[in-house]
Design a protein around this ligand. Structure first.
Ligand SMILES: [Fe+2]
Length: 380
């Protein structure tokens, strides 16, 4: 038995951003809060969007920071209440979209933000929400998750609820044409981690597998070109589609230890989420190997490797090696110590790491120590 949901209406394709005003009118509401960040608000992209919404009543909150904190939610929520907004638009990478999700849910669910941390805590449907990703990475536009960092504890905290989903998602690959190579690599590796973690998840089902397999294929076949020739619309479309499909798989099958570790490290060191995912992905695949041999073997085949003549475990190992090689080709660091993560912080990081039940290998504290040691030193 399994369940499967795709929640938002999805509008995909070059130029689809021009449909935003029409979609917002269809959602109803009197005043819109646009949630974004200081970098994006200055770009022609957002200026053009705001221009196209002339005639609609708008308020803007552009204070979202990377690895967004509780204060970002509080500041945005204050503006929403002051201006009486009843519709929310999130535009940006994962951070503005996650904050937009939480603001729209906190507008209808009374009390303190932290009462709602964890799984299925929001009681009431959120305000209508429209999400527009500007990177091909988080899949937040179709997921039911949002990550907010508790500033006091420096801990990234998961909010997971179907009340955190958008009504409409507009995915326009033209918005990703100008992304610099670093963001293209990091967000692409985040999306690839979503695809692989949902594929090997204990909660995977035949439908999530279809989305995850296609996502892996699209991302791996396009990421290098997207980095080298960022202005190719077809390549950017394929990356955005891969990220979307991975997001749908993740919304249903959830994630694993790549994200458990990446969130703990991201909370402490404030490092880019996708960069951490890219470094952690082969380590976690290796650690999980014996618990998802067939799935890893299939990943090797999706990556174009003929593993039919190899014993199962060897075939699975090839998938780990191929992902490691991809990281090298993209110039990712091979170990976490290269980006400042320290051995002496492992005990603290283990304390801050959530055990993720959908990870294929049941994970003890000892396993977490092993994973951090392998990821920091790069020896596995
Ligand atoms: Fe992620």
């Amino acid at each position: 038995m399994f369940e499967f949901r795709i929640v938002p209406k999805i509008i995909f394709g070059p130029g689809s951003i021009d449909k935003t005003a029409e979609e917002l009118r269809a959602l109803g509401g009197n005043r819109i809060l646009i949630v974004t960040d200081k970098g994006l608000i200055k770009t022609d992209l957002v200026k053009k969007l705001v221009e196209s919404l002339k005639g609609l009543d708008l308020a803007v909150f552009d204070g979202v920071e990377p690895n967004p904190k509780d204060k970002d939610v509080e500041n945005g929520l204050r503006i929403l209440k002051e201006k009486n907004c009843d519709l929310v638009v999130g535009i940006g990478g994962g951070s503005p979209m996650d904050v937009a999700k939480i603001i729209s849910a906190m507008a209808t669910n009374p009390g303190n933000l932290w009462e709602y941390r964890g799984i299925d805590k929001f009681k009431f449907p959120s305000l209508p929400l429209l999400l527009i990703p500007t990177t091909a990475g988080t899949g937040s536009e179709v997921s039911r998750a949002a990550m907010i960092t508790a500033s006091a504890e420096k801990k990234k905290t998961l909010f997971l609820s179907w009340h955190l989903t958008a009504r409409t998602a507009i995915l326009d690959p033209e918005l990703t044409l100008k992304l610099p190579p670093s963001i293209t690599i990091w967000s692409g590796m985040d999306a690839l981690s979503h695809a692989i973690e949902s594929y090997i998840s204990k909660m995977a089902n035949p439908l999530t597998d279809i989305y995850a397999e296609k996502a892996i294929e699209l991302i791996v076949n396009n990421i290098e070109t997207a980095v080298k020739n960022g202005n190719e619309i077809e390549t950017r479309s394929n990356m955005l589609l891969g990220s979307l499909l991975a997001g749908i798989a993740t919304a249903n099958a959830r994630l694993g230890n790549v994200h458990g570790l990446a969130h703990a490290i991201g909370g402490k060191y404030d490092l880019p989420h996708g960069l951490l995912c890219g470094v952690l992905l082969p380590v976690v695949m290796y650690h999980n190997l014996k618990f998802c041999v067939e799935k890893l073997r299939k990943i090797a085949a999706i990556l174009g490797e003929d593993v039919s003549h190899l014993p199962s475990e060897k075939g699975a190992k090839r998938a780990v090696e191929l992902i490691k090689e991809l990281g090298k080709k993209l110039g990712l660091p091979e170990k976490l110590e290269d980006i400042g993560v320290k051995n002496e912080d492992i005990a603290e990081l283990v304390e801050k790491t959530d055990i993720i039940p959908s990870n294929p290998r049941p994970t003890s504290k000892e396993d977490l120590f092993d994973l951090y040691r392998m990821a920091i030193t790069g020896s596995f």
